[in-house]
Design a protein around this ligand. Sequence first.
Ligand SMILES: CC(C)(COP(=O)(O)OP(=O)(O)OC[C@H]1O[C@@H](n2cnc3c(N)ncnc32)[C@H](O)[C@@H]1OP(=O)(O)O)[C@@H](O)C(=O)NCCC(=O)NCCS
Length: 202
Amino acid sequence: MLVHSKNAHLFPIPNEQGLSKTTIQTILFFVMNVVIETNRLLLRTFTIDDAGLIYDLNNDPEVTRYTHDPIMGFEEARKVLEKTITPEYVLYDHGRWTAHTKHDLAFIGCCDFKFRPELNEIDLGYRFKQLYWGKRYATEATFASIGYGFEKRNLARIIGRAEPGNVGSWLVLEKCGMMYIGDELVDGHMARTYELVNPFIR
Ligand SMILES: CC(C)(COP(=O)(O)OP(=O)(O)OC[C@H]1O[C@@H](n2cnc3c(N)ncnc32)[C@H](O)[C@@H]1OP(=O)(O)O)[C@@H](O)C(=O)NCCC(=O)NCCS
């Protein structure tokens, strides 16, 4: 099978003989949409059909405990996709990505670069389903996202924030090499703030 895509090297697709149509469609879907590959994960762009994943992730109060943005229903998730997530790809050429384990393509969470126009900043974010906490997936995905932002998107500076009580989150930032620059009030909540400046830009 010939696959014409910038990501084709990620998936050497064997002769499709023996593969079901669904399997081939799934492989092609990932080939077309993957942005970042790590040892264990694939990060891909959201599509308009991903409202179920957003709802599934964000209707767990433990997941939104420190992000303060629960999603109460499928329809709300669909609106977030339509009005926020997909337009960001066009506006900024980066945005939010779903994260999947490579071995079974399970959806485990997401990572994002959020542009904050009021601060002129790129704010790094991530959230994972509880089932996948404590497996260093967050660190792996975040580290790769930072590399992508600097090397492929030429971002000058990346900011990361986590509430003081969200220990796991600020440890992820520290493990990815981000520098603590102080505490500040953002969107009504105190946050430990970290930054990293692009070492490839002088
Ligand atoms: C924050 C979050 C992404 C961390 O995920 P995770 O799976 O625990 O992250 P990792 O497995 O990569 O762990 C990073 C480190 O933090 C440690 N850690 C994680 N949670 C911790 C906690 N509650 N207390 C102390 N250490 C913790 C881990 O042990 C690991 O350290 P190690 O590598 O030395 O063992 C996850 O808890 C989450 O999705 N929370 C909900 C959404 C959220 O709050 N997002 C961040 C908003 S700023």
